[in-house]
Design a binder for this molecule. Structure first.
Ligand code: RBF
Ligand code: MG
Length: 180
């Protein structure tokens, strides 16, 4: 399996940091968890996100539970528990590392609208549909690519995660946790 070449000119850290607040976590395909083993929190597009080049970004995020009644939502392929993040543990409400994908998921060929998906680098035991998320984008890691198969996509996402973890160890990135 050949890995993509990671250029020395990435990450691009300009014009970041950019902080986005209060996006509600909504329903995606459900494919991230089930097929890739990489769950993503899908968020709606705003003007800023719509204008971003497609690709993978990294940064910090913070989940904010919402005070709404829990309920089940029926979608064409599954029933989804909307718990608004009320099952999250205290440590899960702290500032956490994230990678964000912005694009059309060309490996799957099926999106009609640009998707914004955030993978929070943390092992959650519960879902948190309906919670809100604040996050700070710190830089652009790589362009979105059409991979020849799902295995290769998974390998590259895991490299995005590793690179993010090592970038976020630096003091000049840790200081941005305070923005959230
Ligand atoms: N999908 C692609 O087709 N090409 C990509 O380069 C790509 N990069 C991603 C990087 C990250 C960090 C994440 C979380 C997702 C990425 N995706 C990419 C989206 C992926 O196809 C999507 O999360 C799943 O299909 C679930 O909706
Ligand atoms: Mg998702």
């Amino acid at each position: 399996m050949t890995l993509i070449e990671r250029s020395d000119s990435y990450p691009i850290e300009d014009p970041y940091p950019h902080t986005i607040r209060d996006l509600a976590i909504c329903v995606g395909f459900g494919r991230g968890s089930s097929e890739l083993g990489i769950p993503t929190a899908n968020v709606p597009l705003n003007d800023f996100l719509a204008g971003l080049p497609t690709g993978v970004y990294y940064g910090w995020c913070k989940l904010k539970p919402q005070d709404h009644e829990e309920h089940l939502k029926s979608t064409p392929n599954r029933e989804i528990q909307f718990n608004y993040g009320k099952s999250l543990e205290k440590s899960e409400l702290e500032v956490l590392p994230m990678v964000m994908s912005v694009g059309w998921n060309p490996t799957y060929n099926d999106l009609k609208e640009k998707a914004v998906e955030i993978h929070i680098i943390h092992k959650f035991s519960e879902t948190f549909y309906g919670a809100h998320i604040d996050y700070t984008i710190l830089g652009f890691l790589r362009p979105e690519l059409k991979f020849i198969n799902v295995e290769t996509l998974i390998l590259e996402i895991n490299r995005d995660i590793e690179i993010t973890e090592s970038l976020l160890l630096k003091d000049e990135q840790i200081k941005y946790k305070q923005l959230l």
